[in-house]
Design a protein around this ligand. Structure first.
Ligand code: 5GP
Length: 213
């Protein structure tokens, strides 16, 4: 499924979604099936949830440590979400891209907009639940939040949806399989864009018309 003749430099893919829309699960599925896709592991000041590992799910920092990184300009974007700080390392993002990897950022709308303003070509995807009831049900089934917290997340979701028009693609997460297929198709299609394929085509042109020696 993956194109063999692809550009050497990686691309940035952002996925944002209201809490409970299945973004983490979708991200994991994508990372399992696309070997050249690398997750950008964020910094956060929130405490690890059971099962979460340092350097796998997040880099967990104190507020002071986070502030220090922010002040030193080490974060390409950052935001406060549900009372905690989250941010992306500028250095790691650049390194992945230079290694030719695509980078997947699973970040909120505030961070996504900062990245869109700073980087020339990012592909942004907004994942939405099929309905408010479906989102409420998913949050309840997850069993990690109190009724009050669920109401708060639904309110935040309502505000986040207003940012839909900033994104290149919208994917409704009706079923996991279908949503993953759509996300993969977007990534594959983006690799075929004329401007992305320029170097590959140039190599082909050189192959057809070798320069005179
Ligand atoms: P959670 O605590 O549930 O893992 O994530 C809460 C929210 O923070 C999610 O919307 C998630 O996408 C967002 N988030 C995670 N990492 C980052 C980041 O590096 N930057 C920004 N802006 N948001 C992030």
């Amino acid at each position: 499924m993956y194109p063999i003749h692809r550009a050497k430099k990686g691309q940035v893919f952002i996925i944002s979604a209201p809490s409970g829309s299945g973004k983490t699960t979708l991200g994991k599925e994508l990372l399992n099936s696309l070997p050249d896709l690398q997750l950008s592991i964020s910094y956060t000041t929130r405490k690890p949830r059971p099962g979460e590992q340092e350097g796998v799910d997040y880099f967990f920092l104190t507020r002071e440590e986070f502030e220090k990184k922010r002040m030193k300009g080490e974060l390409i974007e950052w935001a406060e979400v549900f009372g905690h700080y989250y941010g992306t390392s500028r250095k790691r993002l650049t390194q992945h891209l230079q290694q030719g990897k695509d980078v997947l950022l699973l970040i909120d709308v505030q961070g996504a907009i900062q990245i869109m303003e700073k980087l020339p070509r990012v592909v942004s995807i907004f994942v939405l639940p099929p309905s408010r009831d479906a989102l409420k049900q998913r949050l309840e089934e997850r069993g990690t939040d109190t009724a009050e917290e669920i109401q708060r997340r639904l309110k935040v979701a309502e505000r986040e949806i207003d940012y839909w028009s900033h994104y290149d693609y919208i994917v409704i997460n009706e079923t996991l399989t279908e949503a993953v297929e759509k996300l993969k198709s977007i990534i594959v299609a983006e690799h075929s864009r004329q401007e992305v394929m320029k170097d590959v085509v140039q190599r082909l042109i050189d192959d057809f018309r070798p320069r005179q020696r």
